[in-house]
Design a protein around this ligand. Structure first.
Ligand SMILES: *Cc1c(COP(=O)(O)O)cnc(C)c1O
Length: 488
């Protein structure tokens, strides 16, 4: 064990400090604080010097994997590079020091960013209006479904209590529908991985509030029958919800509004290049077509005749309030910087390059990994495990989990595994447009190397990772009984 593998608690020496807080002149004596709110004993905190503290955090950060440390082909997550200029802009004191309860007249610049961002997203997606209030993709889904429900109720139509969700959908879709109090009806995909129109037809009726779709779907395939599906759903009085978390491949090419969708969300922390993971702040703006504009949540930012911006706090037709203030402004700023930096022309390039990168990897690896749906994909695609898993050696064959674990030894993050549920050994790869051809080639070489290892001796994969800080935790125990506290 290396010295710095020790816990910071084990390095602790009483009285040692890394930093001393300046005297802030706060004079209140402890007796002024109600006794019930005071600690009975001091907390046990590690006491270390500044260098030990710096090393503690630096070493911890190096045990983690991020898009800044290596290639991160996690399907359905769009782990693209986050330009550092976005961070600088979000950290500008004039933005960072804002308070949500500040008087409107003092935050005109921030409101302008907010307003212009709503307009930019409407232009990119073909929707009429946007709200930036929701704080995650799933939060956007819930908001969108609340808008759909509100729309039906405002028309006095109380019978629409069901929502159709394809079997290939992201897990958040049925979850959001359930949270919204809607009943979920599943529609099956055909053998080509697309929503089957003939399976959809009999599900439609006066009890259908709408359908939630992802296009390209979670297999990375474009739902080519979307116009027909839209017509059928509209005919039965339902609305179309678009899950735009991964709109990357469509940027500047096709707009959900033009495909017939009525409501949608975007994940700024995927498609629009803001950091994500670890449950940090996100942003799931929701866009709607004209007839749903009045149902958008409050508060809303509007532009007045005199060119000033104002916050509208209430509305009789609104689906309600979905967040404490107006969303995660820091995330919105980063995404706005990204959109302005690319401009109309280059936004289009992002989608094309993401699609090219995915198809390049797919075609380069299909000699070693099973490709269940061999058509052209969009930003991502799914393999169904190894062609030769090594079981002919007499040992148990290498699984998708084993491939994923072995990739870590080569310095790559694993792809998404065992999702979507349509294939038993799903390995879902999404490279994004920000990776160079050299990086893609290095990944392809390693994936071939792993396939050769599996065929020759699957145990190399079974015991991987060999070089990561920890090898294979028991995943159930790690999830059910995590040890989160240091007991010295
Ligand atoms: C990521 C994702 C979501 C959920 O987004 P969160 O911000 O994690 O809530 C929904 N749908 C799809 C297709 C996604 O990829």
């Amino acid at each position: 064990m290396k010295y710095y593998d020790k816990l910071v608690f084990e390095l602790s020496k009483p009285g040692r400090t890394a930093y001393t807080l300046p005297n802030n002149g706060f004079k209140a004596s402890l007796s002024e604080i109600p006794a019930g709110l005071l600690r009975s004993e001091s907390p046990v905190l590690p006491e270390v010097s500044e260098p030990d503290l710096v090393r503690h955090y630096t070493n911890l950060s190096q045990m983690n994997f991020g898009v800044d440390t290596g290639f991160y082909p996690l399907g359905s997550c769009t782990m693209k590079y986050n330009p550092k200029i976005n961070e600088e802009i979000a950290a500008m004191p004039a933005f960072q020091g804002l308070h949500p309860l500040q008087d409107e007249s003092t935050i005109q610049g921030a409101l302008e960013v907010y307003y212009e961002m709503q307009k930019a997203l409407a232009a990119i997606t073909g929707m009429k209006r946007f709200t930036l209030n929701p704080c995650a993709g799933a939060h956007g889904e819930l908001t969108g479904l609340m808008i759909i429900r509100n729309y039906h109720l405002l028309r006095g139509d109380t019978a629409r209590t069901k929502v159709i969700v394809p079997d290939s959908a992201h897990g958040t879709n049925p979850a959001s529908a359930a949270v919204c109090g809607l009943e979920i009806v599943e529609v099956k995909s055909g053998a080509n991985g697309l929503v089957d129109v003939e399976s959809l037809r009999p599900l439609l009726g006066p009890d259908i509030a709408g359908i939630m779709m992802t296009n390209p779907n979670t297999l990375g395939l474009f739902e080519k029958d979307i116009k027909e599906i839209a017509a059928l759903v509209h005919e039965c009085g339902g609305l179309l919800y678009y899950d735009g978390a991964n709109m990357n491949p469509l940027l500047g090419m096709v707009r959900p509004g033009d495909m017939g969708f009525d409501v949608m969300h975007l994940n700024l922390h995927k498609t629009f290049s803001t950091p994500h993971g670890g449950g940090g702040p996100g942003s799931g703006p929701v866009g709607v077509c004209e007839k749903l504009a009045d149902c958008l949540p409050v508060p809303r930012v509007e532009k007045l005749e005199n060119g000033k911006f104002t916050v509208v706090g209430s509305s009789k037709t609104s689906a309600g309030r979905v967040s404490a203030f107006m969303g995660n402004f820091g995330v919105i700023l980063r995404a706005y910087a990204y959109i302005l930096m690319l401009g109309k022309q280059n936004v289009k390039m992002a989608g094309k390059l993401a699609t090219l990168s995915a198809n390049y990897i797919k075609e380069s690896l299909k000699d070693a990994y099973k490709l269940p749906i061999p058509t052209v994909c969009k930003h991502e695609f799914v393999f169904d495990g190894l062609i030769d898993d090594g079981s002919s050696t007499g040992k148990p064959g290498a699984t998708t989990l084993d491939v994923a674990k072995r990739l870590l030894d080569f310095g790559f993050h694993a792809p998404t595994i065992y999702f979507p549920l349509l294939f038993h050994q799903a390995l879902m790869i999404e490279p994004t447009e920000t990776e160079s051809k050299e990086t893609l080639d290095a990944f392809i070489d390693v994936m071939h190397e792993i396939a050769r290892e599996a065929a020759a001796d699957p145990d190399i994969l079974h015991n991987a990772p060999h070089k990561a800080p920890i090898t294979r935790p028991d995943e159930t125990t790690a999830a059910r009984n995590p040890i989160l506290k240091c007991e010295l």
